[in-house]
Design a protein. Sequence first.
Length: 285
Amino acid sequence: MGHVEVSVVRYELPDGRVLLDDVSLRVGDGAKVALVGANGAGKTTLLRIIAGDLTPQAGTVTRSGGLGVMRQLVSQNVADLATPSVRDLLLSLAPPGIRAAAARVEASELALLEADDEKTQMRYAEALADWADAGGYDLEVVWDVCTTAALGVPFDRTKHRPLATLSGGEQKRLVLEYLLRGPEEVLLLDEPDNFLDVPGKMWLEERLIQSPKTVLLISHDRELLRNVATRVVTIELGAAGNTAWTHPGGYDSYHDARRERFARLEELRRRWDEQHAKLRAQMLM
């Protein structure tokens, strides 16, 4: 299984404000970690840093295992396409080698429309061989299972269906089916339960609990967090930038542990203020 480790990450917004400062966390092999915090605290930004979409001004992110990412709106994966299809969405989630092989096949097919000569046919045959070597045909078998489970239709019959004809829940379920069945060992899930109905949420909870994969997820659904999370990381508001605090237990004990932590911090501040006041008084004597 894979892991993710974030070490003293600092991220500044384009206007120069510090959003995240000295953020560190670890998601160990097979752990299910919830990332919580106030809206705007930087949870999605941190996920994008881990995914490699954003570059922090300081700190490092290390991970092992393939990475699968679910964004809040899954259609963002194919936003550069005018009319993305079901196949386009699934392909956007595939490993880089698969995506590169698919691009070569598509380019060869377009070339055949222009010139159906021996050289172009050979290039197309080589592209198909590359697709096979990269594991493309094997992945199509997985896609078939995913579309059948999520949409009730085999991949061959739905691969060209416009993504816009799927509901938000169908899009989420399709992506989740792939990520939970695919080869990626580390999953970053941003609001995976959005748009899912009650049976869909129950299915997601059960699959996450059973999955051996390493998962870092953002969700506002307390039931999902309570049933799935083995550890909770809070993005906490700070004057010089938001920081992270890790609770080593599940969501049931999280709130009590956080209250106790704040009480200890308040006691430390009170003692420091007392000591500071005594020192000032001695200096003035």
